[in-house]
Design a protein around this ligand. Structure first.
Ligand SMILES: [Zn+2]
Length: 668
């Protein structure tokens, strides 16, 4: 038994989920309000003890196992989820295997190199005659020696090879310097040179204080780019790092609030003045992983935004495009809609403060530190901020303008998780626009998209009227006339088979990597989405697929061994087990692609029918208790699932027609 299976066998998904939300028994399953989307009227979140899986039949339209649940809920990666659940289950995780030790050793060596580089740049900053300009720049910012030492500010010489030579002498190779992002390579000429030249060097640490990379500010007037960061490396991932968090975390907890600013200097200036709960975004994006990381220390976030006019316009544009970004990971500079959703998902309190024109936190704190806390007190909740910004220059005699603003803001209000808060903003918007709330409620706004992965959004039914019951696909027609249990038995058999099909698919793709593309092409030709993570139930398999796709997408094709080496212990174990299964012979590859496509379609069909079976039961229950809203919700899902089933069947028929023709041709 693999370690994940062992953990799954010892824990019950119902217990684990119950730690996060109340569940009530409903037939063979357990129901609750979905913790991942706004959902208060009809419970759309279901846990199935038989299969140890969960599924949201509402906006999320996705599901998974015990691992994916805690990963999503806690923001953990697979490794963290594994460690936490193993502990809970009393399963001991094996120590690192040699391959991972090798990877670990490479990362440790890179970390040591970065640490040495920070020391090297710091010494140049303090003592090199060429570093005068850097010292002057920092002097103008009034940073004192203690702050300079705490943040280990550095200087990179105006040279193409000073850093390279320095570390060659210490025994590091070009490859190691490239991997750490200290060297750059010109791909056309093959020349290698120092990445950072004549710049103020700012070491960027991860949450544990380990140096992950550098931010480097130009010291030349009009130097481009103003800030140059380390490239993405094994240790440097901008979307997960926040500048200053290692030092700030204790203070964030104490202050019960984190302030998110835009620049490195803002963090250092705040630190020096005693405002130590400040972190900076890396570059321009604020991502959900970053917010989740912060949420370990506080639930209250204040965003301090620059006041520049472009920022204000971006806000409004952000609102307009927000509709389309709903089902993606939102990653724009400031997106009110994204923030409101984060708030709901993270159960956080996000506030915004705009800095006075032409000021940044660095300048404000430097000129008058007492202004900083006063400014923060003016921070407003996201929706209040947007209402204020959107109505600031609005002509109250311009009816069309008012409608336009209402249309922009209403979707935000509708996404607020808390009903009292939501009502509060209905009133606030009506007041701000000086119109009657009833008129406001009549404004039609495009409805929110469902998160259905495999299909275009479902048209929502006109209000008050439940949609007609969805037509049954032929496979279910027979089943529905028998007891509901009949569907279940059929599909739980199907589920077993689906697991085996998934295993076979992964195994063959590991043996014959290029088959992945062929399978996907054939699926797309038959109007089916390519194989994706959502096709798999097990978190291990989802992650493995992700890694395999990443590996496939790379320009240089690495060997299976290299893929396995790059995997975590547990995933590697799974990959090894899959590789131990027999490979299809090279002579049968053409047929293999075809077989796998059919296999994918079969398991998709099984899974979708199983889900539809569950939803149809919910429809019946809702009818029995005359709950119109629930009926509407579930019927819509069932309609969508039935549509998917029809499409899968069409693809299956098309595929078998093709293979029949081929068989006939070969006979002739
Ligand atoms: Zn949901």
């Amino acid at each position: 038994m693999s370690v994940t299976e062992e953990i799954k066998s010892r824990l019950d998904i119902v217990d684990i989920v119950s730690d996060y939300l109340p569940l009530r028994k409903s037939g063979r399953s357990y129901a609750g309000f979905c913790p991942f989307h706004h959902n208060t009227r009809t419970p759309s979140f279901y846990v199935f003890p038989e299969t140890q899986t969960w599924h949201c039949f509402g906006a999320c339209a996705e599901g998974g196992d015990i691992f994916s649940f805690v990963m999503k809920k806690e923001g953990w990666d697979f490794k963290e989820a594994l460690a936490k659940l193993a502990q809970k289950a009393g399963v001991e995780l094996e120590p690192l295997k040699p391959v991972n030790k090798k990877k670990q050793a490479a990362e440790d060596k890179m970390a040591a190199l970065l640490e040495a580089a920070a020391d090297y740049f710091h010494m140049l900053f303090l003592h090199a005659p060429q570093g005068e300009q850097a010292r002057r720049y920092v002097g103008e910012r009034a940073l004192n020696d203690e702050t300079i030492a705490t943040f280990k500010l550095g200087y990179a010489l105006q040279s193409w090879d000073a850093c390279r030579n320095h570390f060659h002498d210490q025994g590091y190779s070009d490859e190691e310097l490239l991997a750490a992002g200290l060297l750059t390579e010109n791909p056309d000429k093959g020349t290698r040179y120092d990445r950072f030249r004549n710049r103020l060097m700012i070491p960027i640490r991860n949450v544990n204080g380990r140096i992950a990379g550098f931010g480097a500010r130009t010291l030349e007037k009009d130097g481009i780019p103003k800030y140059l960061n380390s490239p993405q490396t094994a240790l440097f991932d901008k979307s997960h790092l926040l500048y200053g968090l290692d030092g700030a975390k204790r203070h964030i907890r104490e202050a019960r609030q984190v302030v998110i600013v835009e620049g490195y200097m803002d963090v250092m200036q705040g630190w020096q003045a005693g405002f130590r709960n400040i972190v900076a975004q890396m570059g321009t994006a604020l991502t959900e992983p970053q917010l989740r990381q912060l949420k370990r220390y506080t639930k209250r976030f204040v965003l301090a935004l620059d006041a520049d006019a472009a920022g204000q316009k971006a806000t409004m544009r952000g609102l307009q495009v927000a509709r389309e970004t709903l089902d993606r990971e939102v990653e724009v500079k400031f997106d009110a809609h994204g923030l409101v959703q984060y708030e709901g998902r993270l159960q956080a309190d996000i506030r915004i403060v705009t800095l006075p024109e032409g000021n940044d936190p660095d300048k404000i704190i430097r000129e008058d530190p007492t202004q900083w806390p006063k400014l923060l007190e003016q921070a407003q909740p996201v929706v209040a901020y947007v209402i204020k910004t959107a109505t600031r220059d609005l002509d109250m005699n311009d009816a069309k303008g008012k409608t336009a603003v209402a249309r922009q803001v209403l979707p935000l209000i509708r996404d607020i998780a808390d009903p009292v808060e939501r009502d509060h903003y209905w009133q606030a918007l009506a007041r701000a626009l000086r119109i009657d709330q009833r008129a406001l409620r009549q404004i039609k706004v495009p409805t929110k998209k469902t998160y259905a992965r495999r299909s275009p959004p479902v048209q929502s039914a006109p209000s008050n009227q439940p949609p007609p019951p969805p037509p049954l696909p032929p496979e279910l027609e027979a089943a529905s006339t028998t007891k509901p249990g009949a569907i279940i038995r059929r599909t739980s058999d199907g589920k077993m088979a689906a697991g085996m099909r998934q295993t076979n698919y992964l195994s063959q793709c590991l043996h014959h990597p290029h088959i992945m593309n062929q399978v996907n092409q054939r699926l797309v030709q038959n109007q089916q989405p390519p194989v994706s993570e959502s096709d798999f139930t097990g978190s291990e398999d989802r992650l493995l697929l992700q890694q395999m796709q990443h590996w496939q997408g790379q320009a240089t094709v690495a060997s299976v061994n290299e893929l396995c080496d790059s995997l975590d212990n547990t995933l590697n174990e799974r990959a090894q087990a899959l590789l131990a299964l027999p490979a299809a012979p090279e002579s049968e590859l053409e047929q293999l692609a075809e077989k796998l496509v059919k296999s994918v379609l079969d398991w998709r069909l099984n899974q979708t029918m199983r889900l539809n079976g569950e939803v149809r039961q919910l429809v019946e229950e809702a009818k029995a208790v005359n709950d119109t809203h629930a009926l509407q919700t579930y019927a819509r899902q069932s309609l969508e699932l039935s549509r998917q089933i029809r499409n899968i069947n069409q693809a299956r028929h098309a595929m078998s027609a093709v293979s029949r023709r081929k068989a006939e041709d070969s006979v002739r």
